[in-house]
Design a protein around this ligand. Sequence first.
Ligand SMILES: [Zn+2]
Length: 325
Amino acid sequence: MLKVRSVLTMIVTRRPLISLLVCVALVLAIPVSAAEMTPCLLVSGVSFVPVSLLPQGLQAKVVERTPTINIEGLKVVPVRHLAVSNGAQLKWNSETRTINFRWQGRDIELHALPNLAFWRDSSIIKLTGFRAQTTTAKCVRVVDGDTIKLGNDEKVRYIGVDTPETKHPYKPVQFFGHEASQFNRNLVAGERVTLEYDAGRRDRYNRLLAYVYVGDMFVNAELVAQGYAQTATYAPNLRYQELLLYLQKQAREAGKGLWSRSYPADDTTADAGGKYLGSKNSDVYHYPACKWAMKISTDNAIWFDSAVQARAAGYRPCRVCKPPQ
Ligand SMILES: [Zn+2]
């Protein structure tokens, strides 16, 4: 240590010009590397990067190999998928909230911005021309998994998601309905929430329709990503439809929450033994947690052990919950 210090002292005293140049170079290097930081969107632990901000070579690969998601005209790709399909290495730094993406000897630094900041970040606005309209309010009561009440007595229905109803003949649905309410309560009860609006402000029950945030957490997305809600599409409020569909696919593949089959042992659905549910009055089969499956009465329910069995019986997969063909 002493040796290093004496060497440094020697350099500074004998070569002041070199020392000065080194200092200038260091100062210049900092803003340069900061400018190369590429913003990415982090939603429930899944990060997305705008395709247009990727290096040219990688942009071409995206077209071939990675599913892109369109959000307000901005094409984004899931970073992990991009890395896996292109043999790139990812390193997440939780302190700096950056992802080091190493591809063909090149380092790409992705800066994970909180959701709202991402959309308001000037470079993103330039890309999309998009700025959401928002208000803030206090959540005074959680009605269920996707509905809350504000201090001014307004009811807010979350856009783009549906949580299981709390009263239903099938126990697993009841189970996850209760869980969804509780999960939502943990996220928003008593919190100051930011409401982001889409094209349609109210539904026919005069409830406000909104994307809800607590700090930088996107509640609608979190519900879907953790398997407490499934996506629900109601035009014209479609801003994050593709993002929510992607998160739903991830949750389903991971068997999270309402997509899991580990129902309680005393559960009637498990007794029925089926994996997919159809109705005697239609030719469509569903995941049991699908909002349409929930509308099928016990008397009309037909259970299938496999998609093959369902199709052999003349049923086709639901276009909403998309069970296997
Ligand atoms: Zn369905």
